[in-house]
Write a protein that binds this ligand. Structure first.
Ligand code: PMP
Length: 382
C-alpha cells in the first residue's frame, strides 16, 4: 500500500461518529449536515432533469449555465470569476483534494489553520506535503503575527477556512485587511475554503477573493452541501484563474470526469428560487445559535459567539479531562454525543464541537441533559 496513505488516520470526527453509532439511543450533535430538506424548487428541477434523461457525462468543468450562475452569484458577494474560471466538482471534498493535488509537490510546505477541518491535513499528508500549522487567537481569529513568522518560511500555499468548521468564526473587516496586507507581500498560493459562506450572521461577507490584486493567486473552494442542505447530492465548485485552472482540470478530469449531471441541471434551474430557502435556513440557524450559546454560557461553559456556519466550540478546560475523555464520558454516561476538539488538530484540545444544525427540540433535550450532567460532575469534584 501507499506509505503516506497507510500513515494517515481516519478523521477524528468519523472515529467518534463510529463510537456514537454503537450507543443505543444516543442523541447526536456531531453532524455537519443541515436538518432541512433540499429546497423544493431544486428537488423538482433535479427530478425534471432525470425525467428528461439528462443523465450523460457533462463537460469535465460542468455545464456552462451552472458555471455562469455561480459566477453571477459570487459577483453578488464582490467575488469576480468568469464562468470559464469555475469548475463544478463532486462536493467541496473533491474540490479540495484536486486543488491540493494540483498545487503541492511532495515536501512542499502548506500552511493549515489549527484547529480546522481535518481534511486539509489528511490530504496534505496523503500527498506527502509538509504541514505547517498556524494558530488562531482565543476568539478563533487568525493570529496575524504567528502567520507572518510562518509565511517567511518558504511556504508554497496557505489554506484559509472561514466561516470555520469547527469554531464558527468568520473574518472581520479588520482581520481581512490585515490578512490581505500580509498575503499581498508574499507569493504564496491562497486556497480559500468558503463552503459555509451562505451561513453568516452579519450583513457583510469578507473574503480574500474580493481583492483583485491577489486574485490571480487565489483558489476558491466552495459548494452546495451546506448552502442548499444537499450533503448527499455531492456538488461543489472550484474557482481559479487560468494558470491554476488548467492544471487543476487535469486532476479533476482523471479523478471524477464530472460532477453528477442531474444535480447540476437541477441546481441551475432551481438556483434563484432555492436562494429563498437559504435565507430561511440562515435565520433558523441564527435562532439556534443564540439559544445554544446562551444555554452554554448559563451552564458555565465558556464560548465565543459563532458568527457563521453551524458549530460552536466551547472550552471544557476547567474539567481537567481531555476532549476525548469528556466526550466519551458524556456519551457513555448520559448518551449525548459531541465531537472532541482534538479531532480538529492539537490546538482544538480543551474544546468540544457542538453542531446546532439539529431541530430545536433535540437541542433543548440534549442541552438539558448536558446541564444536569455537568451539575453532577461539579458536585463530585467538590
Ligand atoms: N470544507 C469544510 C470546512 C467542511 O466542513 C466540509 C464538510 N463538512 C467540506 C469542506 C466538504 O463538503 P462537501 O460535503 O461539499 O464535500
Amino acid at each position: 500500500m501507499n506509505k503516506n496513505v497507510k500513515d494517515v488516520e481516519i478523521s477524528g470526527i468519523r472515529k467518534f461518529f463510529n463510537k456514537v453509532s454503537k450507543v443505543d439511543g444516543a442523541i447526536s450533535l456531531t453532524l455537519g449536515q443541515p436538518d432541512f430538506p433540499v429546497p423544493d424548487p431544486l428537488k423538482e428541477a433535479i427530478i425534471k432533469a432525470l425525467n428528461e434523461d439528462k443523465t450523460q457525462y457533462t463537460p469535465n468543468s460542468g455545464i456552462y449555465p451552472l458555471r455562469n450562475k455561480i459566477s453571477e452569484y459570487l459577483a453578488t458577494m464582490n467575488i469576480n470569476y468568469d464562468a470559464e474560471e469555475v469548475c463544478i466538482t463532486v462536493g467541496g471534498s473533491e474540490g479540495l483534494f484536486s486543488v491540493l493535488m494540483a498545487v503541492l509537490n511532495k515536501g512542499d510546505k502548506v500552511l493549515i489553520p489549527n484547529p480546522s477541518y481535518p481534511a486539509y491535513e489528511g490530504i496534505a499528508n496523503i500527498l506527502g506535503a509538509t504541514v505547517v500549522n498556524y494558530s488562531l487567537k482565543g476568539d478563533f481569529s487568525i493570529d496575524i503575527e504567528d502567520l507572518e513568522k510562518k509565511l517567511k518560511d518558504d511556504v508554497k500555499a496557505i489554506v484559509l477556512s472561514f466561516p470555520s468548521n469547527p469554531t464558527g468564526a468568520v473574518l472581520s473587516k479588520e482581520d481581512m485587511q490585515d490578512l490581505h496586507n500580509l498575503l499581498k507581500k508574499s507569493s504564496v498560493t491562497i486556497i480559500t475554503d468558503e463552503i459555509y459562506s451562505s451561513v453568516i450572521f452579519n450583513e457583510e461577507y469578507y473574503s480574500i477573493a474580493q481583492y483583485e490584486d491577489v486574485l490571480d493567486r487565489v483558489i476558491l473552494v466552495s459548494g452546495f452541501s451546506k448552502m442548499f442542505s444537499m450533503t448527499g447530492l455531492r456538488v461543489g465548485y472550484v474557482c481559479a484563474k487560468e494558470k491554476y485552472m488548467k492544471e487543476f482540470l487535469k486532476v479533476h478530469q482523471y479523478n471524477v470526469s464530472s460532477a453528477p449531471s442531474i444535480v447540476q441541471w437541477g441546481l441551475y434551474e432551481g438556483f434563484d428560487e432555492g436562494l429563498k430557502s437559504v435565507s430561511v435556513m440562515k435565520n433558523e440557524f441564527k435562532i439556534r445559535r443564540d439559544y445554544v450559546y446562551n444555554r452554554l454560557q448559563n451552564m458555565g461553559l465558556l464560548c465565543t459567539l459563532p458568527q457563521g456556519a453551524f458549530y460552536i466550540f466551547p472550552s471544557i478546560k476547567k474539567f481537567g479531562l481531555s476532549s476525548e475523555e469528556f466526550c466519551t464520558k458524556l456519551l457513555e454516561e448520559v448518551k449525548v454525543a459531541c465531537v472532541p476538539g482534538s479531532a480538529f488538530g492539537s490546538l482544538g484540545e480543551g474544546h468540544i464541537r457542538i453542531s446546532y444544525c439539529y431541530h430545536m427540540d433535540t437541542l433543548e433535550k440534549s442541552l438539558n441533559i448536558l446541564e444536569e450532567w455537568l451539575k453532577q460532575y461539579n458536585k463530585q469534584m467538590i
